[in-house]
Design a protein around this ligand. Sequence first.
Ligand SMILES: *[C@@H]1O[C@H](CO)[C@@H](O)[C@H](O)[C@H]1NC(C)=O
Ligand SMILES: *[C@@H]1O[C@H](CO)[C@@H](O)[C@H](O)[C@H]1NC(C)=O
Ligand SMILES: *[C@@H]1O[C@H](CO)[C@@H](O)[C@H](O)[C@H]1NC(C)=O
Length: 448
Amino acid sequence: MRSFTILAAFFAAASAAPSVSPRDDGLFTPASPGGIEDVVVTQENTINGTYHSAETQVIQSSDIATRAISAALPLKFVNNASNGQVYAYVTGLDSDNKVVFIKGDGTLVYPSSGGSGAPVALTQYVSIALPGQGSTFQLTLPIIVTSGRIYFAEGKLSFFMVRTGTGGDGVVQPSPTNLKDPSSGTNWGFVEFTYTTDKVLYANISYVDFVGMILSMSLTVKNGATQTTRGLGAGSVSKICSGLADQGNSDKFPWSKMCIANSAGQPLRALAPNTYDSINPADFQNYWSGYVDQVWTSFSQNPLTIDTQSPAGKVQCKVSGTQLTCAGDNRGYNKPSAHDIWGCNSGPFERQSADNDIHVAVIPRLCAAFVRSTLLAAGGNNQPGPESSYYKTNPTHHYSRLVHQFEVDGKGYAFPYDDVNLDGHNAAGVVSSGSPDTWSIFIGAPPP
Ligand SMILES: *[C@@H]1O[C@H](CO)[C@@H](O)[C@H](O)[C@H]1NC(C)=O
Ligand SMILES: *[C@@H]1O[C@H](CO)[C@@H](O)[C@H](O)[C@H]1NC(C)=O
Ligand SMILES: *[C@@H]1O[C@H](CO)[C@@H](O)[C@H](O)[C@H]1NC(C)=O
């Protein structure tokens, strides 16, 4: 009866019209932006480059060719954000792997830590002030860039430089997991890109870590079709946070705490459970335990068939003892913890170099089946299952459910293996081409 009650509550909540106004029931996690002493340097929020000099260097457009591999990719930033001045920051590594910022007029700024092992604030202005809502800013990307990010924010962001362990210079970027990050109270987001020496552009929008400022992209291609990734629609952070609050009201797990709110109580970003887990690991520690036990019991009685969607075809898996094992696989799978399911890269989902093709194919399909709670559904003994079976029961990955609910075109990963699908549905929030013409980024709302 217990599972019936949970299901009934879930469907009642799911069928209620989503309330879309931002709400702060005291359930969101407040951002508490601090100063430079509160900056935390981690692998996740740094891009580490090679050292150039003890001082910041500014390279004018006319001198760029002497400094880096030059390029000329037209960019457009289409501003449709409604809350005040929007700033953009274009940053990454140049062809010598040096940290660089590109200003609106194409000037390059190479910041320096001056050799400091503690973060130092960037002293040069590297922000690009965008014109108001409804206007477009144009810029020519003057060099090739790897590990690139273009940040957008309603207000200014704080970046820092730090000497790296290997004597290089790294840039410390805003961190979604540090509530005291100086940029924590600001609405911000980014797109990732690489523009290679061969002039191939790869650009990516992802919700795997969090949803922040709403960003979309399109790429026009010379002699080719335009590529568009719309991703989440306008106002999605508030809608997702309302949905998380509704979920918490129904199952009493603190889903709404994944939403980080500013001092006015407005949600700025929704953290993915995996990101939230790094702040509050205890909150969802036992969230999946009962479900995982039921899955193990079920597949100790009947086999689970996983289509590897590879030349290895379908493999049969069964639980015996403590592990699920699949035919032809080099090793078995222990029961995953909540942490393992959120991240898909630890415990049974961690890849080892000796793993064979079957193991490498089973990890994403097994983790996706947990994330989407399809294993105990009708027909769930065949994975991957149809999209119609995703997120239909509790427990499930409600952040991923909600991100997909508000995606305009189904693009943008909400968890690392969102590309696992029966029908080849392409969920990647990617545009890429070897003959890019103009790359446009839409801020605040996707293009029609
Ligand atoms: C960059 O260097 C800092 C300082 O050594 C280190 O803490 C951080 O993990 C490095 N980041 C990456 C991505 O390796
Ligand atoms: C801005 O977004 C709104 C929806 O939020 C849309 O109606 C309008 O067309 C957009 N304007 C531009 C210039 O994209
Ligand atoms: C897009 O970015 C996400 C997160 O950084 C990454 O996991 C994914 O592999 C990227 N996808 C592509 C196709 O580059």
